[in-house]
Design a protein around this ligand. Structure first.
Ligand SMILES: C[S@@+](CC[C@H](N)C(=O)[O-])C[C@H]1O[C@@H](n2cnc3c(N)ncnc32)[C@H](O)[C@@H]1O
Length: 574
């Protein structure tokens, strides 16, 4: 037990940020704040996690919130709200409402079919005829009422006619190009990582990634599948709860709860197998007690438990002594992919606590999750007895620390809603205000592209928010020790005085911006950065890196759209 009464009582307002990536911190959930304030009033902020747990269990009644059940009545009301949005041509909002309605529709009811049919009307109006056909197919599969089928048939005929007439968006779309997927030689044991990247320990950063050979602008050096992902609650009707794909919001519901949707049966099955079976039925309680995506901390425990075949004894034997002992994913052999070995490496990660003292938040977070998960019948049946319960509690606390240390967040939409991911390699990139790579999280993959030439021996760094050419007002959770900050430079002060591009380059700069489309501009920007790299950092080159950065994200999004349309075609609609 670590009961220290002499430590100053920390304030509850310094909440943990959702991750180290510079995305705006979310306020702590009300329940967390209320309980933490009560707890800290006792004057023992450094109390052992078991003391936090017992305190939370004493306040069990506060954890109770109504778990919303599926209901056709609710489904109808929400669908009608969707219809109003559809008439106002607010298509994205209408799709979200139809998704919510589909989630609330009872198992096997006609209201599932009605929701899909209404979605098909939105896609038809948007000119997304393949998605319209896909949703018509779903409507028919899910009890769309017989008496309304003629309308659906007419929409199907109209969609097919549009496609035959060449009005499909597939015709004019950006073809999926080599922007997605590695375009350099790969590591023999980690075929999703470029050859010539290794892990190195840096005293000021902890683990980091180092280049063991030169890389060029535009090299795709990582194409990784995350181990775990989480979407904030507000996105539950917009993206897949498992892989986070948007799939133009053409999602299918969890058959048992109203809180999760998926882009495919496969994702539904995978999510259920690894984590959702422990969450289904207690989602509202979890949400009530969690930061936006902090549920991912507990998911790491249940993911591990699943990989150990639900055998807690085995998991405890393998993991009890290895918390925080140091893990190196480069020791793994992914040609013989073993998710259990990958999990064990993540379990061992040596974390550093952030600069603000927020350990009391971590303890409250873990204690709350523990108390809520212990209400789930499946967890109750697997975690029996004080020893195993103690192990689960310790895991939840350690994984809260590890996940908040490593997790990367990304803004999913203009409403700044967040998706978070945890992966063995992409989370090892340290931050620099002068980054040399860009991480682009897309549905179920994390792609990393080189922004400017990297020489052998340099550290590979991404930006968690601030860059020297762009300084958003976003705090980092640590004192930044990157080269820009250590030298006390900001903005254009980072560029050596008098360094300028030659006159020729200025003409070329204009040519880059005059390109006809995004792909051409992206390629021109890439060549420009590579050609003038010797003059980096220079203000205009910084602007060009920023443009390259922006275009990479835009082109990747277009390619994702293109792939989604191809995927719908492959579903057998034509
Ligand atoms: C996503 S992890 C990066 C990998 C981490 N260094 C490790 O050992 O696994 C983020 C953490 O790395 C450290 N870090 C990353 N960039 C840093 C920087 N520019 N200055 C100081 N610490 C940094 C901080 O402790 C931060 O919370």
């Amino acid at each position: 037990m670590n009961l220290s009464t002499s430590a100053p009582t920390p304030s509850t307002s310094t909440a943990p940020q959702p991750g180290p990536s510079g995305v705006k911190p979310s306020p702590p959930p009300k329940l967390h704040t209320v309980l933490l304030e009560k707890f800290l009033a006792k004057g023992v902020p450094n109390a052992d996690i078991t003391v936090y747990r017992d305190f939370v269990l004493q306040h069990d009644a506060l954890l109770e919130v109504l778990e919303v059940k599926k209901s056709n009545r609710t489904a109808v009301a929400i669908r009608e709200a969707g219809n109003r949005l559809f008439l106002e041509k607010k298509y994205d909002e209408a799709l979200e409402k139809y998704n919510e309605s589909i989630c609330h529709a009872e198992f096997n009811s006609e209201h599932l079919g009605m929701g899909y049919a209404n979605r098909s009307a939105v896609y038809f109006d948007q000119g997304e005829y393949e998605f319209a056909l896909y949703n018509i197919m779903l409507a028919r599969k899910h009890n769309f009422p017989e008496e309304l089928r003629s309308q659906l048939l007419q929409r199907e005929i109209n969609s097919r006619e549009k496609i035959i007439a060449g009005q499909s968006k597939i015709a004019g779309q950006v073809p999926p190009s080599s922007r997605i997927g590695l375009n350099v030689e790969v590591n023999a044991k980690l075929p999703f990582v470029a050859k010539g990247i290794a892990m190195k320990y840096y005293p000021e950063f902890g683990r980091g990634l180092v280049a063991e050979r030169d890389f060029n602008t535009g090299d795709v050096i990582l194409d990784e599948k995350p181990m775990l992902m989480a979407v904030e609650h507000g996105l539950r009707y917009s993206v897949c709860s498992y892989c986070t794909a948007s799939f133009r919001k053409s999602l299918i519901p969890c058959p048992n709860c109203v809180s999760c949707m998926y882009c495919s049966e496969k994702c539904l099955e995978m999510d259920h197998r690894f984590t959702h079976r422990f969450e289904c039925g207690i989602m509202e309680r979890l949400r009530n007690a969690s930061f936006n995506t902090s549920i991912i901390t507990s998911r790491l425990f249940f993911y591990g438990l699943t990989l150990f075949g639900d055998n807690l004894q085995l998991m405890m034997k393998s993991c009890w002594d290895t918390f925080n002992s140091g893990g190196n994913p480069f020791d793994l052999d992914y040609t013989q992919y073993d998710p259990l070995e990958e999990f064990k490496t993540m379990h061992k990660v040596k974390f550093r606590l952030p600069k603000a003292n927020i350990e009391h938040h971590y303890r409250m977070c873990a204690a709350l999750h523990y108390a809520i998960f212990m209400k789930h019948p499946l967890v109750q049946s697997l975690v029996v007895g004080k020893t195993y319960q103690g192990f689960m509690l310790q895991c939840l606390l350690n994984y809260t620390r590890v996940v908040f240390f490593l997790m990367k967040d990304t803004l999913a939409d203009p409403q700044n809603r967040i998706i978070s991911f945890l992966s063995p390699i992409a989370t090892v990139f340290n931050h620099s205000c002068d980054p040399n790579v860009l991480i682009i999280p897309r549905a179920s993959r994390i792609v990393t592209v080189v922004l400017r030439p990297i020489r052998k021996g340099e550290q590979l760094t991404s930006s968690y928010g601030p860059t020297w050419w762009d300084i958003p007002n976003l705090p980092l959770t640590f004192d930044c020790r990157c080269v820009v900050c250590v030298l006390g430079k900001k903005g254009s002060d980072w560029c050596p005085a008098g360094r300028q591009l030659p006159a020729d380059a200025n003409r070329e700069l204009k040519r880059v911006c005059d390109q006809a489309d995004d792909v051409a501009m992206l390629n021109a920007a890439q060549q420009f950065i590579q050609r003038y790299a010797a003059l980096y950092p220079e203000v205009n080159l910084g602007g060009m890196v920023k443009l390259f950065h922006m275009l990479l994200i835009k082109v990747t999004c277009c390619e994702t759209d293109a792939r989604d349309r191809m995927r719908v075609l492959a579903a057998g609609i034509i």
